[in-house]
Design a protein around this ligand. Structure first.
Ligand code: XIL
Length: 448
């Protein structure tokens, strides 16, 4: 029985018990129904957030609604590549920090948006390609995630990398042309720089089971199977006047892969259905235990990037719209489940054959990311250790999908629980990141 039904039955039972205690029934209702979006979402362990703009924080109506209603914030533009690295290697965090501090001082979660995207790149990045762009992109991920280390609830590590339409394929972009592995390289770099942040892939036109969302689903499934660090998928949900009937089922199929799901940029064209569509999205999130929260893409209609469509929950004067009430009611009627936390997998007993290790290095001036592929020989291995000696001046700052001993000079990397078993001829990957110059190509591999 769902908690929603339980609660409704309790209220009905109380109401039926006696008309004399009608007043106390009203008290039960009042005590259960939170009066703001954030508090109401928090009843089921979720957040309700808004995209905000640093330039609007001086508007008192705006900040009043923000501080009252929302318990998560996303910078609408301030943490994008063009804003944070306007010149290569020169970082600018002033406005991003304003959003961060606004959120943290209000006790809100902060969603980071977005480390890599084909749009809103600085001019210098738009003119790069190949290895130079790949290195610049990974350095960007590393530096921005490191600046906000420990402060960000979830990062949109990669935004909008899939094509619209029926192909289910990647979108062509300068980043995609650096190699199909650019997305996983970005996730690994983000994990190394800020291990506490949940790492999300975020996209639009994924609001139902369709070719595009299936392409992303297949990527997430592949990442999970190979130990690429991904924790969540964001569904932007910029909606028109209808909603796909498979909206909830689509969220659920991603959650079933072992990632959180989040509604990240919700706005809905104003029309006859606006309030209903908002309620449908809210109920869908509440019905999926790994849907951890909802973010609307702006506060008032006049703050929206969809000028003239009035797609938000507050009108231009800051009044609550019917869509607001419908979301609040859905949250108050909704689930009381707490999204689960992930449990680590168990360890494998080590025994087995030989292995080899090859490294792919992304270097920039002063740092590097090393992705290492461990390949089993003609027999399966049940555990591995990779060793190398780093050049002088090099120090490891982060490791993923392995556990290291030492950070400079002679270092070794041991498999973690889920990637120790490699079938005969098969391979797995781990990586590390460091300052200075990366390792040479010859890494030794010993099977356990
Ligand atoms: C939009 C902002 O709202 C606008 O202010 C900006 O001019 C363009 O970008 N998908 C995303 C968001 O991931 O970053 C976009 O935000 C909207 C679409």
């Amino acid at each position: 029985m769902s908690p929603r039904i339980t609660r409704r039955r309790l209220v009905l039972a109380a109401a039926a018990a006696s008309t004399v205690i009608a007043a106390s029934v009203a008290v039960i209702g009042t005590a259960e129904a939170a009066s703001t979006l954030g508090a109401s979402a928090a009843q089921s362990g979720r957040y309700f957030g808004a995209a905000i703009a640093a330039g609007r924080l001086g508007d008192s109506t705006y900040t009043r609604i923000l501080n009252t209603e929302f318990n998560s914030v996303t910078p609408e533009n301030e943490m994008k590549w063009d804003a944070t690295e306007p010149q290569q290697g020169r970082f600018s965090f002033t406005n991003g920090d304003r959003i961060l501090n606004q959120g943290l001082s209000n006790g809100s979660k902060v969603r980071g948006h977005a480390l890599l995207w084909h749009a809103q790149q600085p001019g210098w990045a738009q003119s790069l390609s190949g290895t130079a762009l790949r290195n610049a992109a990974i350095n960007h991920v590393t530096q921005v995630a490191a600046h906000y280390k420990g402060k960000i609830y979830a990062w949109d590590v990669v935004n909008e990398a899939f094509a619209d339409g029926g192909s289910g394929a990647r979108r062509d972009s300068n980043l995609q042309r650096t190699g199909n592995d650019w997305i996983e390289a970005a996730f690994r770099a983000a994990r190394a720089a800020d291990p506490a942040a949940k790492l999300c892939y975020n996209d639009y036109n994924t609001d139902g089971i369709n070719a595009k969302s299936t392409g992303i689903y297949n990527m997430v499934r592949d990442f999970k199977s190979r130990g690429v660090p991904i924790d969540c998928v964001g569904f932007q949900s910029h909606l028109g006047t209808g909603i796909d009937s498979s909206y909830q089922a689509n969220l659920q199929r991603f959650a079933d892969l072992g990632v959180d799901v989040q509604i990240t940029e919700l706005d809905v064209a104003q029309g006859g259905n606006q309030a209903n569509i908002y309620a449908t999205v809210t109920k869908a999130c509440l019905a999926v235990s790994r849907c951890t929260g909802i973010t609307v893409w702006g506060i008032r209609d006049t703050d929206s990037w969809r000028g003239g469509e009035n797609p938000l929950l507050f009108d231009g004067s800051g009044n609550k719209k019917a869509a607001y009430t419908s979301v609040l009611n859905a949250l108050n009627a909704g689930g009381t489940t707490t999204p689960p936390t992930t449990t680590p997998p168990t360890t494998n007993p080590p025994t087995g054959g030989a292995c080899s290790a090859t490294v792919t290095l992304n270097s920039w001036n002063g740092g590097y990311v090393a992705n290492v592929r461990v390949t089993a020989g003609s027999a399966a291995v049940n555990g591995w250790t990779v060793t190398t000696t780093l050049p002088s001046g090099s120090a490891i700052t982060g490791v993923w999908s392995a556990t290291n001993t030492g950070t400079s000079g002679a270092v070794s990397f041991r498999n973690v629980a889920y990637n120790g078993q490699v079938p005969a001829g098969g391979s797995t990957e781990f990586g590390f990141q460091g300052t200075g110059t990366g390792p040479g190509t010859s890494l030794a591999c010993a099977a356990a």
